[in-house]
Design a binder for this molecule. Structure first.
Ligand code: ADP
Ligand code: ADP
Length: 231
């Protein structure tokens, strides 16, 4: 579902990501780990076509998502392929309530009301948000807000979900709720997830595969146990 072939990204001469080659299969949750500055955000940006189109980075090699070459597509053309969730859910919200937020993207796309209601229900169920449906976004906890932000991206039905440290602003309990919701999501919907996290121990139990980055390049990629044995 995601394939990097010998991908190097440079912003100002020094590569931020070096010669990365790996594949992530459909329905896998792949964890990207590494210290700050090792290129996690750059790798995620490359997977959703923000790099090279919007980052100023120079990309060599090939990135394929669901068989499409990101070089030939702007991020908005890949909205049905890759959805992106950032670190700060509040910054991503464009409405005031849970249901409005989940419906917003579909309203913009002109999705028929009946289908829109059906998808909102599905996403509320998938992420355990049904009890919060009428609530104001500002009154939710950080973990609840992050689940709504994930849900809002899911309503576009992307085949791949990219998350850059989605739990970094959360306390451990809330972080675990978000990760458990993501694992259920992968299991129930078969979506492919690429997730960056610098606290390995939080996430590794949920991962099908791990890509371990260092400032010198990809240290290891593969099954969690094999990668951990390397690092
Ligand atoms: P992370 O929290 O994943 O470590 P960073 O703080 O490294 O993320 O990066 C956050 C944002 O700032 C990203 O969009 C990244 O592209 C951008 N960024 C990081 N370093 C630089 C830099 N040296 N110059 C310009 N933009 C940068
Ligand atoms: P991480 O997410 O692991 O912290 P990043 O991909 O954000 O790593 O950054 C990798 C390297 O690339 C860092 O040295 C960072 O400063 C640099 N970098 C990231 N984004 C940009 C950017 N938009 N412009 C210039 N340099 C950047």
């Amino acid at each position: 579902m995601i394939e990097f072939r010998d991908v190097t990204v440079s912003y100002t001469g020094t590569p931020a990501l070096r010669e990365a080659s790996f594949t992530v299969g459909e329905g896998e949750l792949c964890l990207v780990v590494g210290p700050t500055g090792s290129g996690k955000s750059t790798l995620l940006g490359a997977a959703c076509a923000r790099v090279p189109h919007f980052s100023g980075g120079l990309l060599s090699g090939t990135v394929l998502v669901a068989g499409r070459d990101t070089r030939d597509h702007l991020p908005r053309d890949l909205a049905d392929v890759v959805g992106v969730v950032g670190q700060d859910p509040l910054a991503s919200f464009v409405t005031d309530s849970v249901e409005e937020e989940l419906a917003f993207a579909m309203e913009q796309l002109g999705v028929a009301p009946a289908l829109m209601r059906k998808r909102v229900e599905e996403v509320l169920d998938l992420l355990g948000l049904a009890p919060l449906r009428g609530r104001a976004l500002a009154d939710l906890s950080g973990g609840e807000q992050q689940r709504v932000a994930i849900g809002a991206v899911l309503t576009a039905q992307p085949r791949i979900l990219v998350l850059d440290e989605p739990t970094s602003a959360l306390d451990p309990g809330a972080a675990e709720d978000v990760l458990a919701a993501l694992t259920r999501l992968v299991h129930d919907s078969g979506i492919t997830v690429l997730l960056a996290e610098h606290r390995l121990e939080r996430v590794v139990q949920f991962a099908d595969s791990v890509i371990s980055l260092t400032p010198d390049g990809v240290a290891a990629a593969g099954a969690p146990a094999a990668v951990l044995a390397h690092s």
